[in-house]
Design a protein around this ligand. Sequence first.
Ligand SMILES: [Zn+2]
Ligand SMILES: [Zn+2]
Length: 212
Amino acid sequence: MPPSPRGIDSPGADGTGKTETGRVASQETAPLTIVPFYCGSQRSLLEPLAKELMAAFSLPVERQPPGFDPEMAYDSARGQYNSRILLALLLRHHQGPGKLLGVTDADLFIPVLTFVFGEAQLDGRVALVSSHRLVPERYGLPADPAQLQARLAKEAIHELGHTFGLVHCANGRCVMASSPQLTGVDLKTARFCVDCRDALRRRRSRPSTAGP
Ligand SMILES: [Zn+2]
Ligand SMILES: [Zn+2]
């Protein structure tokens, strides 16, 4: 069994910015890989999302099929998919130095929460985001493709920000602001505040601590 991913965006994730050692510089320049699964009618969100991520992180973005069966993360009692298990599956089945982002329309949960929009490994490789709870129609509102796209981009950039070691930001307009509810998602922008942008730059320029 691979080590269980350390999730953030869950209670108890205190954002103290624990770091790992032995990281290699290439991890911060390798392409970012989107792994879509169970996207259903939301597949059209993927191409614009890739462009948003390319711009946000200045990295090439690739796409790969999941390489695992997402049903392994299904919880029949809840009718939802366990986010923590999906993070572990993504890690196990997608080797390589770059960051991974699972994108799905499946409804995600962690055991102590009703749902999560996404989850990520703090200062790790893997993140996950779901459009399921971001869809306006789910709340009896008219369809709004632009709003849905914006919400998904914010949540994806936020979760990937965690994989680069960024923690939650007190600036409610910053993409790294914690937003467990949709109101918070809509209030924030898809951009890093000055402090988070600086932190991201510093973290990505860290010298390699690994041997040759
Ligand atoms: Zn977060
Ligand atoms: Zn910030």
